[in-house]
Design a protein around this ligand. Sequence first.
Ligand code: PLP
Length: 395
Amino acid sequence: MTKKSSLLDAAGANTRLSHIGNDPRSFHGFVNPPVVHGSTVLFPDSATMENRNQRYTYGTRATPTTEALCNAFDELEGSAGTILVPSGLAAISIPFLAYLSPGDHALIVDSVYTPCRNFCNSMLKRMGVEIDYYDPEIGAGIEALIKPNTKLVHTEAPGSNTFEMQDIRAIADAAHKHGCVVTIDNTWATPLYFRALDFGADVSIHATTKYPSGHSDIVMGSVSANAKWWPQLEETRLLMGICGAPDDAYQILRGLRTMGVRLDHHQKSALSIAQWLEGRGDVARVLHPALPSFPGHAIWKRDFKGSSGIFSFVLKAEPEKAKAKAHAFLDALTFFGLGYSWGGFESLAVHVNLSDRTIRKQPTEGPVIRLQIGLEDVADLQKDLEEGFKAAAAV
Ligand SMILES: *Cc1c(COP(=O)(O)O)cnc(C)c1O
């Protein structure tokens, strides 16, 4: 171990983000790795070619750019290996294809990212994989749902749109007793705020589209696995011919350098807006794990190092006015854009559709509005939201 790597192991998050992944000495001292565009890699002689006995062998396997990003993720997650895939959704579907076979059973959290549910209900079912959804707050109770053919337990903490927390340690311990692989969609917290593998998850999934990118200009995903589950993941990636593009990998690596300071800002602004919303009469509930009023708060506090910039609130409305009030609210916003995804510098709002849920159904008090709090000034965002509340009240 070099002096730098042992110092980095003990360093704080922002120090690590500034120094992981790349190796300036191998690129003439330039701080950032080059963006290497490449398919063919030449070998010096036929023996080296036959044995593939050199660091890079083909563009789909690794380039200096993609490798730098994978190394950075391994440092952050404490994983044995990381693969890059073309989107966050592919970062869910590829490990599922790696670990599941016809006749297997998978347990998926009910508060899962909706396109994951769509993948399970269509392609996995067509392949003969049995799917059951479970309550996000099930904890150790997951054991009762494990069948002899259960191979995979998928978690997401906090859950999409409604932010239920999950006791990952309790779920992983139960799942491991039965030999299941435990995957987690760790996009909300990033590895800075939740080191999933330290809590028993085997595979940590990220839509790097979100905070690692930070600028709403890249779609990419990463999957980091521990030593036990890494070979099967890497093999699947190679069998399927999936790889990350070098330009995108470069941008994500660039984004990682500032992710700590950006997240800190997102965290503070989002919390202050969440607290402000909580005090309003026109808000029924605020769904944010870092608020003491939130049901999963104790788990968040015990396991997570921070909270990011995305949360939801329930706008008070009678059922027949719910949609009209939600739309009036959204249409009155200026700084908050109406758009999917999150993790960028700009604030976003969306009326959440929970119609796919089988266990954690739509709250009865009104529509759920999800906010991504960007890097704008809180006072301006509050003024913007005030306009939304005024418009909703007029419906
Ligand atoms: C956005 C998102 C994804 C998918 O990422 P894309 O790059 O948009 O495909 C996966 N999981 C969660 C929790 C997300 O929010």
